[in-house]
Design a protein around this ligand. Structure first.
Ligand code: ATP
Length: 352
């Protein structure tokens, strides 16, 4: 096998982001010797609210530059509720990263590893297994930087949907569906909003390029209902930015919560892998954060790096997590257990 060194930019960020990133690096370090001809080089950068307090910028140029040049980026979580811009607005460096690098494909796999982790009674391991693809660069988030003119007595947020933005995210969704169970549905609000009628029409055009995939349509309100009633019927769901934001938290709740939900934000030349959760200030510093979401995000990163050995590494991580979770005692407190972040990681490393 030819030797390949992957340069990974590591951004631990704030709160539990620091703990879960540290533990995930331990998993990758433990994995590396078993991968033939593959090396990881990790370069760590300070970002987030803590960095803003030190140097006035939550996303300094050196970190941004490194993200642009790296083979992939591993991110913990950024932002703290008490640290805001002088005008009182919350900092959202993760959204800035998505927009700057056009990380349009928000990949949110949802998989049930053990029956005890879902609040839904009838599902067993593996029976909930779908992916939400969240459009990451436009939609209702487009309005986030506009200035509200309160004197007018009304504030409007813009839902921006472009042909190019819709085409690329729908195409990614179908490409992912081809490698899975070959079903892809759009989640929209095309019964009410013209922007969503347009989004759906582009989805239908892209669907024609993938005749082997069964395509479908769902309104977002119905999707929220069906995700709870029959999550096993979904394979790939592609949706607008804010709908994806909301539905992916709901979906994480189906498989054990935020500590179990990995994600990848993927563009043409850059990809950032991070847990779906935030900095969880309520448990920061207690050593009890669930590292699984970040460890599974690292597995997504290995798949995305698309080398036979990194793909094998991703498979090893999945199997290790699966095996560890077979024992109901192997849980951090968020999923009803007593393990610390480090103990949970140790169990996974032992199984690699
Ligand atoms: P954001 O707005 O950035 O998503 P948030 O504060 O709204 O952040 P999270 O940080 O995701 O949301 O936390 C939501 C809840 O989930 C909190 O109660 C937190 O303790 C819990 N939580 C999130 N991630 C984890 C984790 N890895 N392990 C344990 N509990 C977690």
């Amino acid at each position: 096998m030819t030797n390949h060194t992957f340069n990974i930019a590591v951004l631990p960020g704030d709160g539990i982001g620091v703990d879960v990133t540290r533990e995930t690096l331990r998993v990758l370090e433990a994995l590396q010797p078993g991968l033939d001809g593959v090396k990881f080089e990790f370069h760590e950068y300070s970002v987030g609210a803590g960095e803003y307090l030190k140097n006035g910028d939550p996303l300094p140029a050196d970190a941004l530059d490194a993200c642009g040049k790296a083979d992939a980026v591993l991110l913990g979580a950024m932002g703290l509720p008490t640290v805001r811009w002088p005008d009182g607005k919350e900092m959202t460096p993760q959204i800035d990263l998505r927009e700057k690098f056009q990380l349009y494909c928000g990949l949110r796999p949802i998989r049930l590893y053990h029956a005890q982790d879902t609040p839904l009674k009838k599902f067993r391991a593996g029976e909930i297994d779908f992916v939400i693809i969240r459009e990451n660069t436009e939609g209702l988030f487009s309005g986030r930087l506009s200035q509200a003119d309160k004197a007018k007595g009304e504030v409007c947020d813009l839902m921006r949907i472009t042909r190019a933005g819709s085409e690329r995210v729908c195409r990614s969704a179908f490409e992912i569906a081809i490698r899975r169970r070959k079903q892809c549905a759009i989640v929209d609000k095309a019964n009410v909003l013209p922007s969503m009628v347009f989004f759906r029409s582009v989805f239908d055009e892209v669907a024609k390029e993938f005749p082997e995939v069964t395509s479908g349509h769902l309104y977002v309100d119905a999707a929220a209902l069906y995700l709870v009633q029959r999550p096993h019927t979904f394979d790939v769901l592609v949706t607008e930015n804010i709908f994806g934001d909301i539905l992916s938290d709901l979906a994480a709740g189906l498989v054990g919560g935020m500590g179990m939900a990995p994600s990848g934000d993927i563009g043409e030349d850059c990809a950032v892998f991070q847990p779906s959760h935030g900095t969880a200030p309520d448990i920061a510093g207690k050593g009890i954060a669930n590292p699984i979401a970040t460890i599974l995000s690292a597995a997504l990163m290995l798949e995305w790096l698309d080398h036979p050995e990194t793909r094998r590494g991703a498979e090893k991580i999945h199997r290790a997590v699966e095996t560890v979770l077979e024992d109901p005692a192997n849980r951090t407190p968020d999923v009803g257990g007593k393990l610390t972040t480090t103990q949970m990681t140790d169990k996974i490393i032992q199984r690699l």
